[in-house]
Design a binder for this molecule. Structure first.
Ligand code: GDG
Length: 464
């Protein structure tokens, strides 16, 4: 059967979270927070669009349903597929490989074949739901085979793909046993979008290197078609942050957080998924050395590190948690005082309003990933500082560094550079800090997540 949607989004996850079922036992869902769904919501509603994805639990998929005017089409994953396609090939092979192999990628044939099977299932679902000539937008590294698989089923469709994470240079990508298959998979799209220009250039070079495609600038010739590769840096829902910041309760909460931390002169904040790409260990080490050298001291300065639980069944992540927690314990053992730890470590998930209250309370935000496609936390922090207070320390290896040039930029592998950037951010005079923040804010107001979605879809629509 061919469905009715003229616009289809295909992503690993549906943009909903399951809530406890009602008295009759009926399953209930609510839209999950996130810039991607906010940006795509108007387009989905206007075009009676459908979002295809996994509903989040193992076993048979629920029947298609609707939340907030969006048609949701669940795709099932069983427990083996979650282990092989998702935790295996997606998060233990592709994720580390695409992030500079900061942890060694693991290559397993069984994971790769599960990835193939699941990608075929998503492709079949999209082929079923898309109306003749529809636009289909495939998201991210879990679904890189979908563009080609879908084109073979439905050559009438206009297909876009966006990669949220970095795309590696030739030397690294060539390690992947499925390198040709992945390149062919992505080249099934009409437009392949990346966070950064460099990633798009890597992709064009690889198309030539792996498949011998002719290329010219950002265009690749593949099987008689022209495929365009370009950068579309993703951004945040700035209106959401404005709404939260305008709420007096959040500013009260932020003052309360400062008081609860003992009203220190300087609060340093980190907010990350607990992921080895985010550079949490390096950041802690830099802070410890500054304490050892007396360049900062407790109780004047405290650090708050929110490390949101993530991919807890994957080995690399379990090992990381042990290392981070050991380092936090060591710093607090050496430098904490009764009732005043040097590092407040929170391995928990918070509400959006609590996060924004933390952003408002923090004098220095540290975003120091070893490699990151974009990093939305950096952009959210800047957006939340409408008061132009606060300073941002930002890794050169986050995609966001190409736009947020007024941050205190540093190489996260160079511990002395991280320490210097942090000290500069702590001591910067308030006029200069304000100037830096205002420039970055102006940039984000012009380049929010709706702008991102519009630019991608306009480009996709204009390709001939
Ligand atoms: C991937 C790419 C790219 C964090 N803790 C909590 C919470 N968060 C929110 C943040 C932010 C989001 O999660 C994290 O986004 P990032 O961009 O920082 O990182 P990834 O999850 O790795 O995202 C990345 C992104 O995709 C988009 O393309 O920028 O490079 O790796 O919005 O605020 N939200 C809530 N509670 C928490 O405890 N509610």
């Amino acid at each position: 059967m061919t469905g009715q949607s003229s616009f289809v989004v295909v992503a690993n996850r549906l943009p909903v979270d399951e809530m406890p079922s009602d008295e009759s036992g009926e399953r209930r869902w609510r839209r999950s927070p996130g810039g991607l769904v906010t940006a795509l919501h108007p387009v989905l509603v206007q075009r009676d669009g459908t979002w295809i994805g996994w509903a989040g639990s193992a076993g048979p998929a629920p029947a298609p349903f609707m939340v907030d005017g969006i048609n949701l089409h669940p795709v099932p994953l069983d427990a083996d597929e979650i282990a092989r396609y998702y935790e295996g090939q997606s998060n233990s092979t592709i994720w580390p490989l695409y992030h500079d192999a900061v942890e060694p990628p693991i290559f397993r044939r069984r994971w790769a074949s599960s990835y193939r099977e699941v990608n075929a299932r998503f492709s079949e679902a999209a082929a079923e739901v898309a109306a003749p000539g529809a636009t289909v937008w495939v998201q991210d590294y879990q679904l890189q085979l979908v563009p080609d698989m879908l084109r073979r089923l439905r050559p009438d469709l206009r297909i876009g793909f966006f990669l949220h994470i970095p795309f590696p240079p030739i030397e690294l990508f060539m390690q992947l046993p499925q390198r040709a298959e992945i390149m062919r998979g992505l080249l099934g799209a009409d437009l392949v979008g990346f966070q950064q220009r460099l990633a798009a250039q890597n992709f064009v070079r690889l198309a030539h290197h792996v498949l011998g495609c002719q290329t010219s600038g950002s265009v690749i010739e593949h099987e008689g078609r022209r495929v365009k590769a370009a950068a579309f840096p993703i951004s945040i829902d700035i209106e959401e942050i404005d709404r939260l910041v305008d709420n007096p309760l959040i500013l009260t909460r932020s003052e309360q957080i400062r008081a609860e931390l003992g009203d220190p002169k300087t609060i340093i904040l980190g907010v990350d998924r607990l992921d080895y790409t985010k550079g949490i260990e390096h950041r802690l080490k830099a802070f410890r050395e500054l304490l050892e050298e007396n360049r900062v001291g407790v109780p004047d300065t405290v650090m708050v590190q929110v490390a949101t639980p993530s991919r807890e069944r994957v080995e690399h992540y379990q090992a990381l948690r042990v290392k981070v927690e050991r380092e936090v314990g060591r710093i607090n053992g050496d430098f904490g005082r009764v009732g005043v730890p040097a590092v407040h470590y929170l391995h928990q998930s918070y509400s959006r309003s609590e996060l924004v209250a933390l952003y408002r309370a923090a004098d220095v935000m540290m975003v120091t990933p070893l490699r990151d496609g974009m990093n939305l936390v950096a952009k959210e922090y800047v957006a939340a500082r409408g008061d132009a207070g606060g300073s941002l320390v930002l890794s050169e290896f986050a995609g966001a560094a190409s736009e947020l040039r007024q941050a205190f930029l540093c190489n996260p592998h160079d511990l002395d550079a991280v320490k210097d950037a942090l000290v500069r951010a702590v001591h910067v005079d308030s006029d200069e800090a304000r100037k830096r923040m205002s420039i970055m804010q102006r940039h984000l107001r012009r380049n929010d997540v709706s702008h991102w979605a519009r630019s991608f879809l306009t480009e996709l629509g204009s390709l001939t």
